[in-house]
Design a protein around this ligand. Sequence first.
Ligand SMILES: Cc1cc2nc3c(=O)[nH]c(=O)nc-3n(C[C@H](O)[C@H](O)[C@H](O)COP(=O)(O)O)c2cc1C
Ligand code: SF4
Ligand code: SF4
Length: 258
Amino acid sequence: MKMIYYFSGTGNSLWVAKKIKEKLGDTKLVSISSLVGDSIIEDNSSTIGFVFPVYIWNIPNIVRRFVKRLNVNESTYYFSVITCASSQGSTLLNLDRLLKRRNGKLSSGFALKMPSNYIVLGGAEGKEKINQCFSNAEMRINDIQEVIGKNKENKLETSNFFMRMIGNIIYKFSISHINKMDKNYWVNEKCNECKICEQICPVDNIKMEAGKPKWLGHCEQCMSCIQYCPQESIQYGKNTLKRKRYKNPRINISEMMK
Ligand SMILES: Cc1cc2nc3c(=O)[nH]c(=O)nc-3n(C[C@H](O)[C@H](O)[C@H](O)COP(=O)(O)O)c2cc1C
Ligand code: SF4
Ligand code: SF4
């Protein structure tokens, strides 16, 4: 049995994980957000994959914490497919380091370009561009499957030296603030108290208070709440008021609830 552990805020990484599972066969998909906790995770599968989005040219905190809790076997074939909007930085090198510290290694690692969900910087692209992105990704997944299906190694896909350096600097300065950046979220009058934001948050960082969401200060910045709010009521600062929302159109909202 092969295992794929995935994390996904807006469906891109889940969509990729499902495609890879389909191609590999005999593979179990497990959501990392369903395994939040402190205990060691024992997994002796012969093949283990990690599929997740790039955050600030690096590994999202929730994924980093998860990998640290996983027992690592020298003989397991570890692979990773990360999704990003433009530049993956050192993400795969850092994942390899995490595994090497415990006698494992990342045998193969791929970065797939997917539509951006980072509404803080910009709104969703047009339908045509998004569809083109999916077609390119499907073709790449065929090539990726050729490597991981045969337990082959590849050169981990990273950005160039300059982008890795810049990415590492920005990551270092911003990562400790991520949890508290939810202070910028607010809801406008369109909120109809449906509670979807509370239910979809992968780390239970939203609680309804007097019918409206309240953010609790341990946010992963996954963008799930703002992108899935059916009323487009959730805002981040002022810039998102007119920005188009993005969520992977090929993933159902029910698949995003852990
Ligand atoms: C907090 C945050 C930081 C991000 N940082 C990067 C980045 O450094 N490079 C990049 O290319 N994309 C970045 N993105 C875009 C996502 O990696 C990309 O849209 C991804 O496919 C989203 O996957 P998901 O739908 O599975 O959550 C970032 C997104 C978020 C929410
Ligand atoms: S998802 Fe949107 S409309 Fe529903 S409770 Fe949350 S903010 Fe309000
Ligand atoms: S509060 Fe919103 S952005 Fe933060 S982790 Fe929860 S769903 Fe993601």
